[in-house]
Design a protein around this ligand. Structure first.
Ligand code: SF4
Ligand code: MSK
Length: 629
């Protein structure tokens, strides 16, 4: 029996945002199972798994180590807790690096097809960025057509995945001092695919037993993601669709429309969703929507595909990872288009409770129960139109009695690419550096990552974000963290009122929010470039800057890779959810302490956001002191 009081209390426990709470209540009323319910059903979760001491890598196992030293201390092959934990971590990290990098490869393939005139609907919009990146690759641009340059560049970048040069071009963007540090530690990335393949090799039984050696390779693999696969995804997307500039839009489930055809674009890769934006503008589609009784077509984003569209097109965003089921629970979604990553495998089960159709578009990400409309560059616009048409034709199937849409979307600003931030500062980082030196801004934090039902949705992001800006620490964000801040109103210039006096004065002078939305998960690469350019202007390494990273609500293997390339780049990084490493005190000691001697940064785990802010501030002060400021 549905108990409204109980549901309200439960919703308040599950999510911070009122509109999310409203929809959690509706989902409960509709008898819909969500990630929170499934987490409850999984309790108690396996203690061995949480500590990272179970291994299921080979047919002699599965094995597990007794963390209390009373049971087995080695797996059948003889692996210790240190080795099992390190290998499991390397596995997670490499999966994340692979996901980002494979996304990057797809963007570059579309760039190549577009340059060769083989794709449908695409054009090269980011000509300025095309030239900048081409020159980094030593490609002559003078007197050449943009398509010629794009072809050479796409081929050069695609070559980076398996290059035998033993270095990745984009890693050259790092300051000399940081690169020297990588050289000394032996973690300079050699190619994108090589590091990931080598990781897979190293986690095979009997390939090394030294946990530190395995973890160092993890750092190298993560660098091949941050300064390789992810950075190429960002740059390729900027070249195809334009480098983001600041814009204003709307966020939360209230962006869904009561009287228009709603399409939710969910996943990570902008290559098809950008075409859907084009298709929805087609006058024929608009007329068809009206003929079906709708007042128009309403595109909204979800997760990082949403962030990509928000950054470049100002398309409103319905929410972050834990909102995917809640969006469907509004009863107002005609089609949810999915590409890949962070899409619950049960999404079609959720959709089956309403009229919503799920449309899968990637050959590598098919979901039982979903319609399948395969994305191919050469037919992208036709496919996009077909998807929009499917949504329009589904509109009459919407049951108005089952529709409930929260009515208060929140205004937000997005579009802060590294280029846009530099431009806002007048072309150089000097004003920002001056503000940091003067102590008006104490430092900066790159806050990234997901939602995780183990923590109240958005609570970690928002609480930590507010605490940091209060302490005059500028926050730059990507992914679901940025969406959380948007819902909480932190992505508005008015939010500067919540900041400390120094940060407030800088934000007011520039007309910017104290929390800047820099894009999707792969756009954490923008944060690296931002750090690199500031460090170069100061004549130091990234590892010297008074900055930190944070992933308060992470769940994904991609977040493991992001946190690792932040740390490997010299940026101490906070994790709000404990990684599965605590079964090995040696691994914990290496990652949270010993690493500092080599790369001037560590990971640290702190579930309480206020205590996390204390530790972040301490780290920023340590680096300020070392810089003599
Ligand atoms: Fe067990 Fe070793 Fe096989 Fe892992 S690799 S399952 S620890 S025997
Ligand atoms: S979508 S990886 S839940 S940020 Fe990029 Fe959000 Fe994390 Fe997915």
């Amino acid at each position: 029996m549905y108990d409204s009081l109980k549901a309200k209390k439960e919703a308040e426990k599950r999510a911070l945002d009122k509109t999310d709470q409203e929809m959690i209540e509706k989902a409960m009323q509709d008898g819909l199972e969500t990630a929170w319910d499934r987490l409850a059903k999984q309790q108690p979760q396996c203690g061995f798994g949480q500590l990272g001491v179970c291994c299921n890598r080979c047919a002699m196992g599965p094995c597990r180590i007794d963390p209390f030293g009373e049971g087995p201390t080695r797996g059948v092959c003889g692996a210790t807790a240190d080795l099992i934990v390190a290998r499991n971590l390397l596995d997670d990290l490499s999966v994340g690096a692979a996901a980002h990098s494979d996304h990057g490869r797809e963007v570059l393939e579309v760039l190549l097809d577009t340059a060769e005139g083989k794709s449908q609907g695409y054009e090269i919009i980011g000509e300025e960025k095309l030239k900048v990146v081409a020159e980094e690759y030593g490609i002559k641009t003078k007197g050449k057509k943009k398509e010629e340059i794009a072809k050479e560049l796409a081929l050069a970048m695609l070559e980076e995945f398996g290059t035998i040069k033993n270095k990745i071009q984009l890693a050259e963007r790092a300051p000399e001092k940081t690169k020297e540090m990588w050289g000394k530690v032996g973690i300079m990335p050699r190619s994108v695919d090589r590091e990931i393949v080598e990781s897979m090799h190293r986690i095979h039984m009997g390939v090394g037993a030294d946990y530190a050696n395995i973890l160092l390779h993890g750092l190298r693999t993560s660098l091949s993601d941050g300064w390789g696969g992810s950075m190429m995804a960002t740059d390729g997307s900027d070249i195809l669709f334009g480098t983001p500039t600041p814009n204003t839009s709307w966020v939360n489930l209230g962006v869904l429309s009561k009287d228009k055809v709603n399409l939710v674009l969910h996943g990570h890769n902008p290559i098809l969703s950008e075409m859907i934006v084009k298709a929805a503008e087609d006058s024929k589609m608009k007329k068809l929507a009206e003929a079906k009784g709708a007042k128009g077509i309403n595109l909204v984003g979800m997760c990082c595909t949403g962030n990509e569209l928000l950054m470049r097109q100002g398309i409103p965003i319905a929410g972050n990872m834990l909102d995917q089921e809640l969006a469907i629970a509004t009863g107002a979604v005609e089609v949810m288009v999915i590409d890949y990553q962070c899409i619950f495998p049960s999404i079609t089960h959720t959709a089956s409770c309403y009229h919503t159709k799920v449309v899968a578009t990637s050959e590598k990400s098919k979901v039982p129960g979903a319609m399948y409309m395969e994305f191919k560059p050469e037919t992208a616009l036709d496919t996009a139109k077909e998807i929009v048409k499917t949504a329009i034709e589904n509109f009459p199937n919407r049951n108005p009695d089952r529709v409930k849409i929260p009515d208060k979307p929140i205004k937000m600003m997005a579009g802060f690419s590294e280029e846009a931030i530099r431009k806002a500062l007048g072309g150089s980082y000097k004003p920002l550096i001056d503000a940091i030196v003067a102590g008006k801004i104490k430092g900066a934090v790159g806050m990234v990552g997901c939602n995780n039902p183990k923590i109240k949705q958005d609570y970690g992001h928002v609480t930590l974000g507010k605490e940091l800006i209060k302490r005059n620490i500028l926050v730059v964000e990507t992914g679901c963290a940025a969406i959380a801040s948007g819902k909480a109103g932190l992505l508005l210039p008015e939010a500067a009122e919540m900041a400390g006096d120094g940060l407030k004065s800088v934000c007011k002078a520039l007309g910017i929010p104290p929390v800047l939305h820099m894009g999707s998960c792969v756009d954490c690469s923008r944060i690296l470039v931002l750090g690199a350019n500031i460090a170069k202007e100061l004549g130091v390494g990234i590892e010297d800057l008074p900055i930190a990273g944070s992933a308060p609500e992470w769940y994904s293997q991609k977040a493991v890779s992001i946190a690792s390339y932040f740390v490997a780049s010299g940026v101490t990084t906070h994790l709000g959810i404990p990684p599965k490493i605590f079964g090995s005190p040696n691994v914990v000691d290496l990652l949270t302490s010993k690493l500092r001697d080599h790369i001037n940064a560590t990971y640290f785990v702190e579930p309480d956001p206020i205590k996390a802010a204390d530790k972040i501030e301490e780290e920023i002060n340590r680096k300020r002191k070392a810089l003599g400021i």
